[in-house]
Design a protein around this ligand. Structure first.
Ligand SMILES: *Cc1c(COP(=O)(O)O)cnc(C)c1O
Length: 369
């Protein structure tokens, strides 16, 4: 055996596209640190804290398929199950390795160095990444002070060069959900040639009156693509399954842009089982939503300015104190997501949230007294 050479940067890297310099890398949520006497709590990635549904665990345990064979590239059974559940045709559906792959593919089929993409900020960190990688001009429209989309400003930002608009409801990381009426009104101002992606990764947790439901929009506006995922409410983030609902012509375009055989047989089977237990999934999402509402109310009671929380997370607009708050959480074995202008905290179990409420109360006493 030879000893490996230490890795060194060559004096000159091969040519890498200049577009890579225009956006930051995706930074995943941190793991909690070990603190003696405290159970580590990971509240940094909006994962589902509940154990998998027993039927899904059983599917995973019993699922046998040869690793030598490619999976069903068309995800036939899962797409049929989704079509049935959602009341759409299988031609309206594509299954991908998480909604993340969809964001990449949607950008690939709409954007290049001559086009513009519009999305809110702060919102999901992949939007700058995928649109930036395509070389598109990124029009980042600031959220309103209450953490909601500024749809009027987004409509105003549309130009001849616009090909892609991304909306996120409920918005990660701030929490508010878009309302059906405001989105319909917005869409009437968007030219047909502009693709509008509605990212509903947290749709199952939204409980507010009049929240947008992308399925109806896809039926009425052929330029709308709905993105959903099994990662959050279904609790299958580790299996990487997402899907889009859109007009068949858009689905056909997406199929050309995704990686073949991306979603494994096991992932397809587990997602289908979860889909077949829809009522249980929705009941658990409602349970998490209830915990979220309680947690947000407790935080507001402490004096925090928490925006409407409709996902499985809450947002603390900490501004320059974000780093200090993250450190205070780390010291008590809690990993939160520090996004620079604020901190996002995922909904965990009651005991975990009780610990976070102690951290937030102490932090207020130390910094806002
Ligand atoms: C988590 C998330 C996704 C996608 O996650 P996948 O695990 O790739 O399905 C998409 N959009 C938003 C806003 C998210 O928070």
């Amino acid at each position: 055996m030879t000893t490996p050479e230490p890795s060194v940067e060559p004096a000159r890297l091969p040519h890498l596209r200049a577009a890579l310099e225009t956006f930051p890398p995706y930074i995943p949520g941190r793991q909690p640190q070990r603190v003696p006497g405290l159970a580590p709590l990971k509240l940094s990635s909006n994962e589902n804290h509940l154990p998998p549904l027993p039927a899904v665990s059983q599917t995973i345990a019993e699922h046998v398929s040869s690793p030598a064979s490619y999976p069903d590239d068309a995800a036939t059974a899962l797409r049929a199950g989704l079509a049935d559940r959602l009341g759409v045709s299988v031609d309206n559906l594509i299954v991908t390795t998480g909604a993340s792959e969809l964001l990449v593919a949607l950008t690939q089929i709409t954007s290049d160095a001559t086009t513009e993409a519009i999305y809110p900020r702060p919102s999901f960190e992949m939007y700058p990444q995928t649109t930036g990688l395509a070389g598109a001009t990124r029009i980042e429209v600031p959220l309103r002070p209450d953490g909601t989309h500024d749809l009027a400003a987004m409509a105003q930002a549309i130009t001849e060069a616009t090909t892609l608009i991304i909306l996120c409801s409920p918005n990660n990381p701030t929490g508010p959900a878009l309302r059906e009426t405001e989105v319909r009104e917005f869409l009437t101002q968007v030219p047909d040639r502009v693709l509008v992606a509605l990212d509903e990764a947290y749709w199952e947790f939204a409980t507010a009156e009049g929240v947008v439901d992308g399925l109806g929009l896809v039926a009425d506006f052929p330029n709308v693509v709905l993105l959903r995922t099994f990662s959050k409410a279904h609790g299958l983030a580790g299996l990487r399954v997402g899907y889009a609902v859109a007009a068949p012509g858009i689905i056909a375009g997406l199929l050309k842009a995704v990686i073949p055989f991306g979603v494994t047989d096991l992932s397809q089977a587990a997602a289908l089982t979860s889909l077949q237990h829809w009522d249980e999934v929705m009941a658990r999402a409602a349970e998490i939503a209830e915990l979220r509402d309680w947690f947000a109310a407790e935080l507001r009671g402490q004096g925090w300015d928490v925006p409407e929380a409709q996902g499985n997370f809450v947002w603390l607009p900490l501004g320059e104190l974000s780093d200090a708050f993250e450190e205070a959480s780390v010291a008590r074995a809690v990993a939160v997501r520090n996004l620079g202008d604020g901190v996002r905290i995922s909904i965990g179990d009651r005991a975990g949230l009780d610990r976070v409420l102690e951290i937030t109360a102490d932090f207020r006493a130390a910094h806002f007294a």
